[in-house]
Ligand binder design. Structure first.
Ligand code: NAD
Length: 440
């Protein structure tokens, strides 16, 4: 196969489909072999990826390894450790009318050729982690990195084919025209991470072929801070979760709901927490990232006067820098409260108490994540039972998605379907029902 002549999306899919039809991707040895190759890629060329992530997002090397490279390695190791068990056929009880000799079970079949479309904010992890699941399930994969993180996209386009089976895994780079062309093809599953507007485009295109989709979307993830909590700890954990990757995290705490009196004390604690994390001048901290591009910088800058600035508030367009910013006395009708912020701005909205906080959350789209800081069992239980969100975190933002045995995904406007660990096998396989009635 000559890989130097540019292939059309139709050519790529046809080539991968031909490979899938040979059965080559199905044996578990092929799957684990590919995962081991990807692991080697991350171990040997992780620094190339880290450099690309720094070029695209000003990500520090520590953060690049923690949230993208090592994160993916852990996902691979967890899958390698458990894949045999996850793939084991599951026996099902057989009803008496079929006779005592009949047996039944389910088995996991690969789907075929799957498309993974990734966003720019964790541009390596959010492409690779779904690919891990797709390969572990025995599929061929077309991977489409985000054009808005061009250095990472180029690095992945170079590295993945250098390590993986190029007859079964293809990287297609590009933006809207290229993705539109890909989506015209028939895939057996489309796994999309990004915003809900494009999510609808993806689902519409997939519907033409009756292709199932996983949509990993976003939205405003709320935080409820109860009275009588240790606000030093709360502020430290909130600031870490909010300002990592300059707030460009799908599960970042979007805004805080708390009572007036707690808000006042939390403000002081947040000023201290931001200072402890990034020093007096976050622009000079190597640990603090940058905004992906001018368009997002301009969008975020327009939100900086949505409330009283508690800390931060300054920005620099040339450096695509926006300070870690906390806004207080924020009106729910203000611009910062209308859409997912996806940047380093944390508004505090005051409510009269838990009832109003629950109503506030339920009046809006179902969030991807919801965080609760409370020592009260009743408060914690009520929020779990009375609200709906993709994930729920008590006491620590972001961390639920690092638990490989938890499904990661949204609900309602924050998406459909989920993945990570064994849930990736569910997503990228067909669970086939099998009945066996002996002939004599
Ligand atoms: P993005 O702009 O990089 O878009 C995502 C992908 O969609 C890219 O690969 C892009 O090429 C493709 N795309 C863009 N326009 C398209 C079109 N018209 N047709 C077909 N494909 C198109 O990323 P984004 O959407 O700005 O990502 C940010 C959003 O993603 C936020 O809402 C965030 O919360 C969400 N997000 C969710 C998760 C999750 O796991 N649930 C993770 C990260 C980000």
């Amino acid at each position: 196969m000559n890989h130097h002549t540019p292939e059309t999306p139709a050519d790529v899919v046809a080539r991968l489909r031909a490979t899938f039809r040979t059965g080559r991707t199905k044996p578990v040895e092929w799957r684990t072999g590919q995962l081991r190759r990807m692991r080697a890629m991350l171990a040997e060329r992780g620094s190339d990826l880290a450099a690309a992530l720094h070029a695209d997002l000003g990500k520090s090397s520590t953060e690049a390894y923690r949230t993208e490279i090592d994160f993916t390695i852990r996902e691979i190791d967890h899958t390698l450790d458990h894949l045999d068990a996850w793939l084991r056929p599951e026996p099902a009880p057989v009803p008496a009318h079929l006779g005592a000799d009949a047996t039944a079970w389910t088995r996991y079949d690969p789907l075929g050729v799957v498309l993974v479309i990734a966003p720019w904010n964790y541009p390596a992890q959010l492409l690779l982690a779904p690919v891990v699941g797709a390969l572990a399930s025995g599929n061929a994969v077309v991977a489409k990195p985000s054009e808005l993180a061009p250095a990472t996209s180029a690095a992945l386009a170079e590295l993945l084919p250098a390590y993986l089976d190029t007859d079964a895994v293809a990287v297609v780079e590009g933006g809207v025209p290229e993705t539109t062309a890909l989506l015209a093809e028939r895939f057996d599953h489309v796994f999309y991470t990004g915003n809900g507007t494009v999510g609808r485009i993806v689902m519409r295109a997939a519907a033409e072929h009756l292709t199932p989709v996983t949509l990993e979307l976003g939205g405003k993830s709320p935080v409820f801070v109860d009275r009588d909590t240790d606000l030093g700890v709360v502020a430290d954990r909130l600031a870490r979760g909010k300002f990592i990757n300059a707030g460009q995290t799908c599960v970042a705490p979007d805004y805080v709901l708390t009572t007036q009196e707690t808000a006042a004390a939390l403000e002081t604690a947040l000023v201290r927490a931001v200072d402890a994390l990034y020093g007096g001048d976050p622009a000079a901290s190597p640990e603090y990232g940058r905004i992906i591009n001018e368009r997002h910088f301009d969008r975020l800058s327009a939100l900086l006067d949505s409330g009283r600035v508690v800390t931060g508030g300054d920005s620099d367009r040339t450096g695509k820098y926006i300070a870690p910013t906390v806004l207080a006395d924020v009106d729910p009708k203000s611009p910062v409260m209308q859409e997912e912020i996806f940047g380093p701005i944390l508004p505090i909205v005051t409510v009269s108490g838990l009832d109003e906080a629950i109503d506030f959350i339920n009046d809006r789209d179902k969030p991807l994540a919801l965080y609760v800081f409370s020592e009260s069992g009743e408060t914690r239980d009520r929020i779990a039972a009375e609200t709906s969100s993709g994930g729920l975190g008590y006491g620590l933002p972001l961390a639920h998605l690092t638990v490989s045995d938890l499904p990661f995904g949204g609900v309602g406007e924050s998406g459909m379907g989920n993945y990570h660990g064994r849930y990736s096998i569910e997503t990228f396989s067909h669970r086939k029902a099998v009945l066996d009635k002996p002939l004599n």
